[in-house]
Design a protein around this ligand. Structure first.
Ligand SMILES: Cc1cc2nc3c(=O)[nH]c(=O)nc-3n(C[C@H](O)[C@H](O)[C@H](O)COP(=O)(O)O)c2cc1C
Length: 175
């Protein structure tokens, strides 16, 4: 299947998670486009994975705007969501971004997953550094690549099952 991996990333670490998702999907025989949500002009894909980095408890505005478009455009296409943000050995914050439950419902998403992120003070702006100091957020790269790949393998399997079902019974099931 042809899968759109749309990802909003301010400092690049969530984009690298999206690249790993796409690579895993390709290894399983699917084709992918990885795009910033703001660069998606049309939905010429069979399925969508949409991810966003999380800042001050929220998805990026670009990812939220794309989710609004997707709710109208998706026409039953399967959708998966991911967030990336929590940092530290015991990831903090532990809560999902506030819009996630309503996004899952509106998009009929088959799943949402939060992955740990990366915090590198050197790459931050002044205001960002101030927030990070205030909450004493730990620096480092906490991304768990095995978790990312395992999650994407599950998506790849689901899509293959959809393909098999559609071969047996005609058009793809659109929820
Ligand atoms: C100013 C600031 C605020 C942040 N707020 C949150 C937050 O509320 N929740 C969270 O999980 N992560 C938060 N993070 C961590 C980032 O989401 C994390 O560093 C992420 O990996 C950044 O992704 P990006 O490189 O794709 O922009 C914050 C980071 C910064 C610098």
């Amino acid at each position: 299947m042809h899968v759109l991996v749309a990802v909003a990333s301010r400092h690049g670490s969530t984009r690298e998670i999206a690249d790993a998702v796409a690579e895993t999907l390709r290894d399983a025989g699917h084709t992918t486009d990885v795009l910033d949500p703001e660069d998606v002009e049309e939905l010429a894909h069979d399925a969508v994975v949409l991810g966003s980095s999380v800042y001050v408890g929220r998805w990026s505005a670009g990812a939220r705007a794309f989710a609004d478009r997707l709710a109208v455009l998706r026409d039953g296409r399967p959708v998966w969501l991911f967030s990336s943000g929590p940092v530290g050995r015991r990831p903090v914050p532990a809560d999902d971004p506030e819009e996630v439950p309503s996004l899952v419902e509106r998009l009929g998403a088959r799943g949402h997953r939060t992955f740990a992120g990366r915090l590198d003070r050197g790459g931050l702006g002044l205001a960002e550094r101030a927030v990070v100091s205030l909450v004493k957020a730990p620096q480092g790269d906490f991304r768990a690549w095995d978790d990312v790949r395992t999650w994407a393998e599950g998506i790849a399997r689901d899509l293959h099952e959809d393909e098999i079902r559609s071969l047996r019974s005609g058009p793809l099931p659109r929820a």
